[in-house]
Design a binder for this molecule. Structure first.
Ligand code: SF4
Length: 251
């Protein structure tokens, strides 16, 4: 059994494939909580955590999640999106933390099908969990967007940075890259030192994005992120879905 929170078809809003038509499958559950990312009120309860709390907090949201008992269900969702398209969109597996399901036979069979059918698959992950690439070789054809959490997540370092998992995803995935969301305070404090500690020794590209769920917030932090990227040779990534929909709609 795996849990699907939602699926939708839109453009990728971040990273190297920004603007690419993509089918998103968002899976439920995460091994972190990231209490440093602020608070929201959901279903009458105050929740500390990330901007996808509805894909993370099992107790509050599980009843809204779709139970998937067969890979064919995930394949059917994709086929329904592409039936009238003359091209193959990207597929983005996100969460929550989709790698919770990496070795689940339902999830893995669906990934195998995507790879066999020549879709470009990106897994958006916190990079604390990695599958066995020998036992699950389809992951060698998958791109991992490694959003390793920094100190502003509020997670203890030993939970948010798992060097062995990063090494596997960075070296064995296809064109995997690092992705960090930064605000002005973190940049002024020690973002560079933290990113260097995580990424030293890897050739994988590093993308830095401004924090913010609204255009004014994005604009404010982007003014710090762009010079930061110029100084250190990182790639700036905007967050197109925030600019286009400004928190009103999902991407
Ligand atoms: S790792 Fe990502 S999905 Fe999980 S709690 Fe942190 S921000 Fe949310």
């Amino acid at each position: 059994m795996i849990y699907l929170v939602e699926d939708f078809f839109s453009i990728q809003g971040e990273g190297p494939y920004m603007g690419t038509p993509s089918i998103f499958l968002r899976f439920g559950g995460c091994n972190l909580r990231c209490p440093g990312f602020g608070e929201t009120w959901q279903k009458g309860k105050r929740i500390l955590g990330c901007d996808t709390v509805r894909a993370v907090y099992t107790r509050l949201f599980k009843e809204d999640w779709q139970e998937v008992e067969d890979a064919d269900r995930l394949i059917e969702i994709i086929q329904n999106y592409v039936v009238n398209l003359s091209y193959r969109p990207d597929i983005v597996l996100t969460g929550g933390e989709p790698m919770l399901y990496a070795e689940n036979p339902i999830f893995y069979r669906a990934v195998e099908w995507m790879v066999e059918n020549h879709y470009r698959v990106t897994v958006e992950t916190n990079a604390t969990l990695a599958p066995s690439f020998e036992a699950y070789p389809a992951y060698r054809s998958v791109t991992f967007a490694m959003a390793v959490k920094l100190s502003n997540s509020g997670e203890p370092k030993e939970r948010r940075i798992v060097p062995e998992a990063i090494a596997h995803l960075a070296k064995e995935g296809k064109e995997s890259f690092f992705k960090f969301t930064l605000n002005s305070e973190l940049i002024e404090r020690d973002a560079y030192e933290q990113i260097s500690e995580i990424c030293d020794g890897y050739e994988n590209p590093i993308y830095c994005m401004p924090l913010g769920e609204s255009i004014p917030q994005l604009h404010e932090h982007a003014k710090y992120v762009v010079p930061f990227c110029l100084k250190h040779g990182y790639h700036y990534s905007d967050r197109l879905h925030v600019r286009l929909w400004n928190r009103e709609e999902k991407r």
